[in-house]
Design a protein around this ligand. Sequence first.
Ligand code: SAH
Length: 455
Amino acid sequence: MSYIVNKNDRLHVSVEDLTHDGAGVAKVEGYPLFIPGTLPGEEVEVHVTKTLKNYGFAKLLEIKKPSADRIIPPCHVFPTCGGCQIQHLSYEAQLEQKRKSVRDVIDRIAKLPHVPVHPVKGMEDPWRYRNKSQIPFSTRDGEVISGFYQSKTHKIVDTDVCIIQTEEADAIMTAVKRELHSLGIETYDERTHRGMLRHVVVRKARATGEVMVVLVTLKKKFPQKDAVVELIRRTVPGVTSIMQNINSEKTNVIFGNETLGLYGQSVIIDSIGDIQFEISARSFYQVNPVQTEVLYKQALDYAQLTGEETVIDAYCGIGTISLFLAQQAKEVYGVEIVPQAIEDAKRNAELNGISNAYFEAGAAEDVIPRWYAEGKRFDVLVVDPPRKGCDEKLLQTILRYKPKRVVYVSCNPGTLARDLRILEDGGYRTEEVQPVDMFPQSSHVESVAWLEIGL
Ligand code: SAH
């Protein structure tokens, strides 16, 4: 079989687009070539490394004409480290790129070219935003290394600094790395399933400044624990909680089931807007606190509550959106599949003196039809599903009972667009889509869509 493009060809191409994982796309007589490290608008020399039937890959040799939006990535391990994909694109251009990618699926998949997709709400300072770091430790050539996994691998890219995580996380990562050997602690080895320290997790509550450090160890018996606690407290005097989590399994999952206190409190307290949250070692919590507030405000704006409404928050996690909505609604019903998260949600409602929020553990697609069958009625439905989007059964329930307004919070524009089409076909009208940048420097984008039932 012959292709327009062959392996080992050297070509001069124009880059037109950017993929989700940050590779530039050039078309050679309609045949797409993916070229990591390039940007739309650039003219480049490339070496073709692989050709498949419908697309191929090439390596960048030389940039003939750079994009006006290209910048020098500030991080020294970019792009080897898989954490960020688009540090070489100016922040303004990142936001425009994200708007374009949402616009594209709203046009193509949702078939809603007339629906406004607003400019992405971005951050004033798009660095040091992550409130949680999960740092793997290992040993290479006798040296302790720690950092982040290279994209799609389990190979650690060793670094002392990550400029999207907190300064506290940098300090703890580096101090533990430097001192580990002298403390007599071995790092965990995935192949032999031996060695004590697996991960160090650092979480910071932005509003209160409280910091939690979790040491994930292979065994419960951890003779050097006092020395590590000492080291961490000396490194970051503001640490308020140090925990040990035991993970004895041969697994990629970071946490095991058992968590013990080593120092201070077992939770840290953060707040979003006026609502306080208790975060424990394993609680799910949004990782960008500044933008979480922007996202939730947007959802609240689109919900247009007057105090009279009964609202559902489906896929509610630890009840963050629910408690936000509860301040302005008559009642909020939250549903979430992880029972522990529902326990957290109930405790957080109590902590804030909120008595009009109810939570139930279960699958949204099972629990919501049951609520309706029991005679409950809802004015507004907020959904915030995982990447795969809403379950078909939940969409059918929405179409059957037709709550007046739906606010759809989505971390995946593709499945959002698919679900908007289904809701449109069932009689809903999409009014607006507002993307929010929760993950600067990465190619992810979050969106909020507002729908009303048509007459
Ligand atoms: N709204 C929350 C969490 C959103 S993440 C926040 O902003 O923090 C999506 C959540 O959906 C996760 O907590 C996940 O556990 C939950 N989930 C996944 N499948 C589900 C299902 N079928 N029914 C209910 N919840 C589900």
